[in-house]
Design a protein around this ligand. Structure first.
Ligand code: ASP
Length: 333
């Protein structure tokens, strides 16, 4: 792109509340998700073209609680393809907020470009009084068009805040400021149309990773098993029976495993299934905790929450099933 060329931002829409519609301006819950097509989203914010040439494509129009590996792969492949065009400055993905963090982290690990990729959603449907979708979309497009956003990894924009895809999680079921990185903190603020970055992620991302899904047709099955008082082997056995190549155990505390679950996890390991210990706590580190577990090849999810542990394990398993290599990935990404 020549210095004076106008930025071009491609918006890839996948659905969610940002494309949702309620029966009235006051309906903030129970509305219909994924009604509006991408043209309607763009048309609702004519100011977008003050900042960039917009190209728009519909990838899906679903509620993100029903996101699938197939859509995720197709999305990543499309992001990679459009970013190869030298005329494209950056990409904005519109997405439901429920699984937005998982898609953003998947893109953070599979986009082979330093160009900005911004994932955006909304907590109020498009029909709501004070809908947040239009301003979030404007913020996302402005950020995607700004050279300051280059090579910072995939970012999430809502509520005038810029968060990194790796550390950010949905923390509130209905609040506008739901996306937080509770301990890592946000990457920057948006105020008065300016971007105020305060940090960069220390973890490897996008073109720095070893993952390449551009020609993949499917991802390995990885299931999450949640721990609780009186947990047993049943859900681990179900994951094994379903053909899981990996199991994420969302343990208590520092990735602790119930005595009545442990045997099933060891059985999974014996069958060559990768098993990662994450935590349901939501903050802190899952460390190497018990020699017996490490010897059995149980991986520590370190600082990833269970749903992002699942994403990294899926991608890791596209390359290797060696526990030493998989464990390295948890420290690197
Ligand atoms: N409640 C969700 C949202 O905020 C719906 C979804 O994730 O698609 O977008």
């Amino acid at each position: 792109m020549s210095e004076n060329a106008r930025p071009t931002v491609v918006i890839l829409a996948t659905g969610g509340t940002i494309a949702g519609q309620g029966a009235s301006g006051t309906q903030m819950t129970g509305y219909h998700v994924g009604d509006l097509g991408v043209e309607a989203l763009v048309a609702a914010v004519p100011q977008l073209t003050d900042y960039a040439e917009i190209r728009a494509e519909q990838i899906a129009n679903i509620q993100s609680s029903s996101m699938t590996d197939e859509i995720l792969l197709r999305l990543s492949q499309r992001v990679n393809a459009v970013l190869e065009d030298p005329a494209v400055t950056g990409v904005v993905v519109t997405h439901g907020t429920d699984t937005l963090e998982e898609t953003a982290y998947f893109l953070n690990l599979t986009v082979k470009s330093a160009k900005p990729v911004i994932v955006v959603g909304a907590m109020r449907p498009s029909t709501a009084i004070s809908a947040d979708g239009p301003i979030n979309l404007l913020n996302a497009v402005r950020l995607a068009a700004d050279p300051v956003a280059i090579d910072r990894g995939v970012m999430i924009v809502l509520n005038d805040e810029i968060n990194g895809a790796r550390d950010c999680t949905k923390t509130n079921t209905t609040g506008l400021g739901t996306f937080k990185a509770p301990e890592a903190g946000l990457l920057g603020y948006i105020a008065g149309g300016r971007h105020y970055f305060i940090k960069k992620t220390a973890m490897h991302h996008t073109h720095q990773t070893e993952f390449d899904v551009r020609r993949l047709k499917a991802l390995p099955r990885v299931d999450i098993v949640y721990s609780y008082i009186n947990a047993d082997h049943v859900f681990v056995e179900a994951a094994i029976a379903a053909g899981a190549k990996g199991i994420v155990h969302a343990g208590t505390g520092n990735g602790s495993v119930h005595d009545d679950t442990l045997g099933a996890l060891f059985k999974a390991r014996d069958q060559g299934i990768a098993v990662a210990r994450a935590s349901r706590v939501g903050n802190g580190v899952v460390t190497e905790d018990c020699e017996e577990w490490t010897e059995a090849g149980l991986l520590d999810a370190a600082t990833l929450n269970p749903q992002k542990t699942r994403i990294l394990l899926q991608l890791g398993l596209t390359i290797t099933d060696d526990p030493i290599q998989l464990q390295r990935m948890f420290y690197e990404y």
